[in-house]
Design a binder for this molecule. Sequence first.
Ligand code: ADP
Ligand code: MG
Length: 440
Amino acid sequence: MLAVREVEDIFADIVDCVKAIDPANVRRWFEKLTVTHLSGGSLEVGCPDEATVQFLRDNCKNSFTQAAQQITGHLVAVDFNIISRDKTGRRSLRPMLGLKLHPDYTFDNFVVGPSNRLGHASCVAVSHSLGDTYNPLFIYGSSGLGKTHLLHAVCCEVRQKSDQAVIQFLSCEEFVNRFIRAIETGNLAGFQSQFRTVDALVIDDVQFFREREQSQEEFFHTFNALYNNGKQIILSADSPPGKISSLEERLISRFSWGLVTRIDPPSYETRVAIVQKKAHVRGITISDEIAEYIARKAHANIRELEGALTTLYAVSTTTGKPITLELAQVALEGQIESAARYISITDIIEVVTGHFDVRLTDLQSKRRSQSITMPRQICMYLARNLTKHSLEEIGGHLGGRDHTTVMHACSKIGEAEQNDSQMHALLADLTKQITKVPRD
Ligand code: ADP
Ligand code: MG
């Protein structure tokens, strides 16, 4: 039998070892983890809340298992559980809500700047008083600007305020999948009561409703039931309600009943603050100089800032070198270049539809007139060249076309680029617009 002190020392060594094995997933709050059991080939780690448990189970099980084995020299089964102290000082399990919240995605960890001030403020307001302020709350913006983070933060805040509040938080894709399953298994009533009896329904990425008519219909009724009972609805999407193609008019109008708020790409100052915040969350210390370097170089998408930080930390841990500006420059050279080039299909479609003055719905339609076919093919060609998406994915964005259609478009436009100087100039101009640096 090991003494408590010994167990704690061993656990501290295990955590240090995890840091070396998997620097990307290390968080400052690892220091708050405790060991609740270590013997007989099993290690139980005590965590402060459900979000932490989920994060560790999803991301760190392997590294903890490997580390535990390395430190103890035995095969060890690892599990993570919530512990908290109730008023009597005894350890007790807190009830679970069944949400899978990410521990990093809190209001505390969200940097507020001009680009997201309104979105942030409305989420905070809603979390203070469900159903009373903005209902529904609709947040939209390009990928990687913090929509999902904010939705998690609302749920996390509500959860902290009240264990009783029932929240359903899921991606639109999951809503659709569960709906399909309910139909298949003939359990529509169960599905409906699951969603219509909550205090808050939070659905991420509702652009996924696109062209899913039956799901839209179902959601329409869910929406009405909740709304009429004063229950909160929070939605996010990559575009405003009216620009989500093939979304029913009655949903568009309902989505706009409350507050529709946009998140823009962050300014340089906000990016620097985000880098610092992300470093802090991971327990890394970096100088302002390095944060500024990363923020200057990686501007397209906040995920890229995080990726840069992870690489830097990993290089520093594995080489044992301190994090200096020089190390950052060497470590991030390739990565940041690709980060700077990060472009989404949505960016491409936005520029191309703007240039040709056509709508996304036209590009996604079956229409074959030259005025539509050409911009559609140009989108495909640029998506092929400027993103890492597969032919299938590109076809999916443009009205569910199959990969041979995309391939045909690519070779046709590619050929025109070679042989037609006007097309050459047009493509160069569009590419420049698509890859342009967001203004600070
Ligand atoms: P979206 O859902 O809009 O595509 P996410 O919420 O997934 O974007 O954000 C991508 C990453 O950027 C996440 O790691 C998130 O924490 C981070 N992020 C975005 N905006 C901020 C912000 N203002 N402060 C801190 N982190 C942010
Ligand atoms: Mg998201």
